[in-house]
Ligand binder design. Structure first.
Ligand code: ATP
Ligand code: PRP
Length: 214
């Protein structure tokens, strides 16, 4: 059976609506009373797996799901062996460097050598500062990274910004953008090439749905 890995959290609602538009109904995942992590669509032809956003590429890479929906930021951070098929255009955010608005840093190059940067995206952050040739210590965190500069633990953060509200309400400003991110449709490379479970048909329908929406 064709299996799709869906991300919990920010991207779930849009992902489910997109799949609904091509005839696959996994809306039970949106029901707060439902604790199921695996649902078979009413047609009996496809199942959905509800996984953490960061884990979507893992299920797809290992072939437990032929398809998945995940943010470009996660692909940049994890560099999984998956085929990137479609930009789904929702879930816009950007990966940015931010610092205290009250401080003097206005560019990443203003940061002191051996300064500290807190981030959930340690690989993206490390690669970015390496490319700038700035020796920076990366402090890995799992969330609320804005507290890094607020508490004085780090000079800066590398984190996702969407509306900018979290930065504003915590007295931080963006000083650089690493990249922009939107949700992507990904596939297991072998499954894609061999058209396992006829995934090509679903991909075509999703592509058409995307074209119709622009
Ligand atoms: N404001 C936003 N904050 C975070 N992610 C966003 C935002 N807007 C869009 N996204 C996208 O949603 C994806 C999932 O984000 P979400 O915050 O739901 O999970 P997460 O906190 O990264 O995962 P987890 O809770 O499993 O650690 C991100 O990878 C990103 O692509
Ligand atoms: O620009 P905004 O619209 O305010 O959104 C950005 C915030 O959203 C994300 O946090 P999330 O809600 O995922 O919580 P986290 O701190 O656990 O990462 C991100 O890490 C920022 O903190």
């Amino acid at each position: 059976m064709l299996t799709v890995a869906l991300p919990k959290g920010e991207l779930l609602k849009h992902s489910i609506h997109l799949l609904q538009s091509v005839g696959l109904d996994f809306s039970a995942f949106l029901d707060s009373g439902n604790r199921q992590l695996q649902i078979t669509d009413a047609s009996g032809t496809a199942q959905g797996l509800l996984v953490r956003a960061q884990d979507v590429p893992v299920y797809v890479e290992y072939g437990q799901a032929q398809l998945g929906i995940v943010g470009y930021d996660v692909l940049q951070e994890k560099k999984p062996q998956v085929a990137q098929l479609l930009d789904l255009k929702f879930g816009y955010c950007r990966m940015s460097v931010a610092v205290k608005a009250s401080g003097t840093y206005r560019s990443p190059l203003d940061l002191p050598a051996n300064g500290r940067v807190a981030s959930k995206y340690v690989n993206c952050a490390r690669e970015y500062f390496q490319n700038l040739d700035l020796p920076i210590e990366i402090i890995p965190l799992y969330g609320s990274v804005e507290l890094g500069p607020i508490t004085g633990m780090s000079e800066a953060i590398v984190d996702l910004v969407s509306t900018g509200r979290t930065l504003r309400e915590n007295g931080l400003i963006e000083i650089a953008t690493l990249y922009e991110s939107t949700a992507r449709l990904i596939a297991n490379p072998l499954g894609y090439r061999l058209n396992t479970d006829n995934i090509g048909e679903l991909i075509s329908k999703l592509r058409a749905a995307m074209m119709a929406s622009v």
